[in-house]
Design a protein around this ligand. Structure first.
Ligand code: ADP
Ligand code: ZN
Length: 294
């Protein structure tokens, strides 16, 4: 049996699955304090006999297996979780091999292995939710350097009609500061889910996401782009993203993926809601010696 955790800023999704990566049981635990949340997480896994565990967490996080802080959430704006080591906490009660990475990296891996990017060798997964995070997978491996990439915090050019100051506590008007869910809600003073009919909202949102994708395409050249997270449930933003991206590209990159095939290139998740969980299962199984994916 395999274990998976998607540790998010609002909830922890915990799941157990079989060796064929099928979910057997899954629960959601609210992200409150580390002590309270981790106690419930431990309680869930104690009911099963798992052989390995894959964990994907919100970042920034220490994902270097050789680091003494491996498994640690680092400079998160969520104060209670700053420098909290999720893996060490899990190891107190669970003696199985564990792998730790970011939520978006394992979501990208999940989509590459089981979802919308199975037919290509490289993809990126972008979540637009409470924050913006991007994971990149190339030939089954997550892109990693000193740490994981932090592509949600790139700088963007402002939309001419947008005077919103931005909400990123570190950079103010970076991509996340201008385009994540909390930015939309503060700019328009309304729940994002209630803004569906307001075309000006999605015009600005699509402009920022398109700029980000333009940068990722120019720098990484991914073969597929998957857009997930709560904000992307507003599917009407997709054509706006396509329109702006094509205008920005101006036929410079002359790939069909940026022309008539754009709707097959920039897509929503193939296994929506399970991208990270299945990626975590995959990593857990690989950790058992079935071939490492990192
Ligand atoms: P998390 O980032 O914690 O994993 P989500 O991806 O659901 O969770 O992100 C939550 C954010 O996404 C909130 O800021 C909310 O405004 C926005 N959001 C959630 N659902 C929707 C929706 N259906 N339409 C628009 N925005 C949404
Ligand atoms: Zn930022």
């Amino acid at each position: 049996m395999l274990g998976a955790i998607e540790a998010g800023g609002t909830k922890f999704v915990c799941a157990v699955g079989d060796m064929g990566f099928n979910v057997i049981e899954q629960i959601e635990i609210p992200t409150t304090t580390p002590v309270e949340t981790m106690k419930k997480v431990q309680g869930f896994f104690q009911r099963f006999d798992i052989q390995a565990l894959g964990v994907g967490a919100f970042g920034p996080a220490d994902i270097n297996p050789n680091s003494t802080n491996y498994g640690c959430i680092t400079t998160t704006p969520k104060v209670a979780w700053q420098h909290f080591n999720i893996l060490s906490s899990l190891k107190e009660h669970l003696d199985v091999p564990m792998v730790f990475d970011t939520d978006v990296n394992i979501a990208a891996l999940g989509e590459a292995k089981f979802g919308a990017a199975q037919d290509v060798d490289s993809c990126i997964y972008m979540t637009v939710g409470t924050g913006i995070g991007v994971g990149a997978v190339n030939n089954g491996k997550m892109l990693q350097g000193i740490s994981h990439p932090e592509m949600g915090h790139i700088m963007v050019r402002r939309h001419p009609e947008d005077s919103f100051e931005g909400v990123c506590p570190f950079h103010q008007d970076c991509l996340e500061g201008l385009a994540a869910g909390p930015a939309i809600e503060k700019r328009w003073n309304e729940k994002a889910v209630l803004l569906k009919e307001r075309t000006e909202v999605w015009e600005i949102e699509g402009y920022y996401i398109a700029q980000a994708l333009m940068t990722y395409i120019l720098t990484l050249s991914p073969e597929r782009i998957i857009l997930g997270g709560g904000v992307m449930k507003q599917r009407q933003v997709l054509p706006v993203i396509y329109k702006h991206l094509q205008a920005m590209n101006n036929h410079y990159l002359a790939f069909p993926q940026l022309e008539d095939q754009i709707a097959d290139y920039i897509v929503t998740p193939g296994i929506e809601g399970l991208s990270a969980i299945k990626g975590a299962f995959y990593l857990a199984k690989a950790e058992l010696g079935e071939g490492s994916s990192r």
